[in-house]
Design a protein around this ligand. Structure first.
Ligand code: WT7
Length: 649
């Protein structure tokens, strides 16, 4: 973020205190901060008791082998039992778990009893296919109830799942299957997006040409599209799952048993497999879901408008809400299908009380105009959440005003795939919200803003966000790469977890997140690595070299801008280079990674040690005066780039 934008942000002085009725009945009060700071471990033990343990833990936290944490050591637990069985056993079988809304308008209502039956059948099917405790299962699905069932079935038998976002390409799917050596893939023929069936099975077929260890693909029929079929390998969900018994006795696993691996972009080209385990993760997603959204399980209708393929969906569509016996809404498609009021129609229809989404969506709705939500009755809403990227004050205030009717607190929740659950956020019944600020670490969380040498910065200064104590839902390691786990998160500031985000502490000591400080971009709340997109570009025969930057974009937060040097020996006559390369990136990584702009240049600015100076390219991409060019090998390179760009359309 530019320093001008930053100081504008920090001049923000609007305050929104909690509505008195909400504060009065709030799940969490200010006392929680004191209680947790008096004894953090006891605080988390109390939260862990919200769950059912087959055997209670002996030790709450074992940090003796830091930075490899173990939480609730000796405890035995089953995540699926906690999300489903125990609610049915408590007489809540008829309670709705999901109101599901398909994009074409088809709907399904799924109760906890339905979920239990389906999860048991799917668990039996996986067992029949030879899946054992500890085996990995890849899930590549649209937003349909079977995705939740598949995840819980894996959890139930202790087979860690790895859900790959349906917008990822065949090569991205292949890399993830290979990295965690998944043996079974659960997929669908396709899903609905933007009013049309969007295929998934062809990507699976293509990925599996290079994944010889995958024995079976279980295919859910969602769209009815024509698909290729590999006999002996491919099985229909309705054949293999439906005929199973609906009885299944859950086994209880060690608290540290792996629950899932979720891949996310890092600063190198290779995605990182973030490993989450069971007891600590479930404890923290359940507590934060209840505390941050002030969830009243008996009356709230909760909606996280995100994809299950991201951690937001894992923690706040699946595990947190189900652990709390919540009624949720789940929507398959895009916000503009068949019209731009679809989300608000859904809020109105199901009387949604809590909505959780990303700032990029809010900015899109701002662009479409406030008269669209104004056509619907949104008076059921009482808490609004934001996640994925910094929310600019204007979007925050628009959200509160035009969606929340000026009544609802907005909770700006900071967290990461790695953190598993929300760590820095206001509490809606306690905090006076400041538009644009994530405010303070939650009770039980120890965070700090530090300078380059790791010292805490005074109020009014900026630095890096770090976490100074382990927390229950933290990642345990990177799948198969302990050393990269240490190097990435624990080496920049020894003894502290480095999040990769810049942050500022204001005069009151409240925290504002300022975006990534590494080569990771945030486009529409999706995390992308500059290096990964550069590798995709140079894998095209036309490209000799590429540099990618994230340029500020009014809607998507950041946008991908690529600078490429073409190879001298290729004939580009009649080729739309930008189009060709954008499609290539979509094929290699996925449509979300497509550069907004591709600029062909003769040279790239490099330091003497050969590092590309992305900072200067960002200046160009954002049309700014150039920063310091003195470390360039050849400072005339930038003049050349500018001249060159002036000539391009
Ligand atoms: C990165 C993590 C958390 C689930 C979705 C994204 C950015 C996330 C906020 C926020 C400012 C935020 C950070 C973080 N981020 N939430 N409320 N304010 N920035 O998960 O893909 O792992 O990305 O998203 O830069 O490091 P992710």
């Amino acid at each position: 973020m530019s320093s001008e934008a930053l100081s504008n942000l920090l001049r923000e002085d609007r305050r929104f205190p909690p509505p008195p009725e909400l504060a009065e009945k709030a799940n969490v009060t200010a006392a929680a901060y004191e209680q947790a700071s008096a004894d953090r471990i006891a605080f988390w033990e109390e939260q862990a008791r919200r769950l059912h343990w087959d055997r209670e833990w002996d030790t709450a936290l074992d940090w003796s082998n830091a930075p490899f944490a173990k939480w609730f050591v000796g405890g035995r637990i089953n995540a699926a039992y906690n999300c489903v069985d125990r609610h049915v056993l408590a007489g809540k079988g008829d309670k709705v778990a999901f109101y599901w809304e398909g994009e074409p308008g088809d709907t399904r209502t799924i109760t906890y009893a339905d979920l239990l039956r389906d999860v048991c059948k799917a668990a039996n099917a996986l067992t029949e296919l030879g899946v054992k405790t500890g085996d990995r299962v890849a899930i590549y699905m649209p937003m349909i109830p079977e995705t939740v069932v598949a995840m819980l079935a894996c959890a139930r038998i202790g087979a860690p799942h790895t859900v790959v976002f349906g917008g990822f390409s065949a090569s991205a799917l292949r890399d993830r299957i290979q990295d965690c050596d998944a043996r079974i893939v659960i997929a669908a023929d396709g899903g609905y997006r933007r009013g049309a069936p969007s295929p998934l099975k062809p990507q699976v077929d293509q990925a599996l040409t290079e994944c010889p260890n995958v024995r079976n693909v279980i295919v859910v029929r969602r769209t009815g599209q024509d698909i290729d079929w590999t006999d002996g390998r491919d099985l229909w969900w309705h054949d293999v799952v439906e005929r199973q018994s609906d009885q299944h006795t859950p086994e209880f696993f060690d608290s540290e048993h792996p629950l899932y691996v979720m891949y996310t972009s890092g600063t190198t080209g290779k995605p990182k497999g973030i490993l989450h385990t069971t007891g600590g993760y479930l404890t923290q997603v359940a507590w934060t879901h209840w505390a941050v959204f002030d969830l009243k399980p008996d009356t709230d209708i909760f909606w996280t408008a995100a994809d299950i393929g991201w951690v937001t969906g894992h923690s706040y569509i699946v595990y947190g809400p189900l652990a709390n016996c919540t009624t949720s809404v789940m929507y398959e498609g895009t916000p503009d299908t068949p019209h731009r009021g679809r989300w608000w129609e859904i809020v109105d229809k199901y009387k949604v009380t809590i909505l959780y989404c990303a700032p990029t969506a809010i900015r899109t709705f701002m662009k479409w105009g406030e008269d669209i939500p104004a056509k619907f009755d949104l008076s059921s809403l009482r808490v609004l959440g934001s996640v994925g990227e910094p929310i600019n004050p204007e979007a925050y205030v628009w959200y509160r005003t035009h969606i929340g009717g000026g009544r609802t607190p907005v909770v700006d929740t900071w967290w990461q795939t790695e953190t598993g659950a929300i760590l820095v956020s206001p509490l809606p019944g306690v905090t006076s919200g400041k538009p644009g600020a994530a405010m303070a670490p939650l009770p039980g969380i120890s965070a700090d803003v530090v300078d380059d040498s790791g010292n805490s910065v005074p109020n009014g200064s900026g630095g890096y966000l770090v976490l100074t104590e382990p927390w229950p839902s933290m990642l345990r390691t990177l799948w198969g790469d302990d050393q990269r786990y240490i190097d990435t998160y624990w080496s920049r500031f020894p003894g502290k977890y480095f999040a990769g985000d810049g942050a500022k502490r204001d005069e009151d000591g409240d925290i504002w997140l300022l975006g990534r400080v590494d080569d990771v971009m945030n486009v529409s709340g999706h995390r992308l690595s500059t290096t990964e997109i550069e590798s995709a570009l140079v894998s095209h025969p036309m490209v000799a070299e590429a540099a990618v930057v994230g340029a500020t974009d009014p809607t998507t937060g950041q946008a991908v801008v690529a600078f490429v040097i073409l190879r001298g020996d290729v004939d580009t006559e009649g080729v739309d280079i930008a189009q060709e390369l954008r499609n290539h990136v979509a094929k290699e990584i996925g449509p979300i990674a497509k550069p907004r702009q591709i600029l062909v240049v003769e040279e790239l600015p490099k330091t003497r040690s050969g590092k590309i100076m992305r900072r200067l390219l960002r200046d160009v991409a954002e049309n700014r005066e150039l920063g310091d060019v003195t470390t360039l090998t050849d400072s005339s390179v930038m003049d050349l780039i500018r001249e060159n760009l002036a000539k391009q359309p």
